[in-house]
Write a protein that binds this ligand. Structure first.
Ligand SMILES: [Zn+2]
Length: 112
């Protein structure tokens, strides 16, 4: 159960003069998490049914992806990719290469 909003909630500036309360941020993050869980479940069920992947295979893949940033911490952090144009390493969080501006394309199947 979430605590009741106080009479003067902590607020954070977001774009322009708008402010967003801690409660609003938490609600937004919970929605994102629910959407991500839904997408993961649907994706996993399709793979299990159509490609007949096993729990062991998905677990191994999860570990492989987790280790891409060098840490098995159960988190997917900023991804690094090689730019197809300049061959420099760049973040996949950007739509374009930070070095040369080439479009990177999306590597992630879905983002939340
Ligand atoms: Zn580039």
């Amino acid at each position: 159960m979430l605590p009741e909003r106080s009479t003067s909630p902590e607020q954070f500036p977001i774009g322009g003069n708008k402010v967003e309360s801690v409660q609003d941020r938490l609600t937004r993050q919970e929605r994102r998490l629910d959407r991500l869980a839904l997408h993961c479940q649907a994706m996993w069920e399709m793979l299990r049914e159509r490609a007949e992947f096993t729990e062991e295979e998905i677990s191994a893949k999860i570990l492989e992806v987790d280790l891409r940033d060098g840490r098995a911490d159960g988190r997917i952090s900023q991804q690094v990719a090689t730019c197809p144009s300049c061959k420099q390493r760049t973040s996949t969080k950007r739509e374009t290469c930070v070095i040369c501006g080439a479009e990177l394309g999306r590597n992630l199947a879905f983002e939340v």
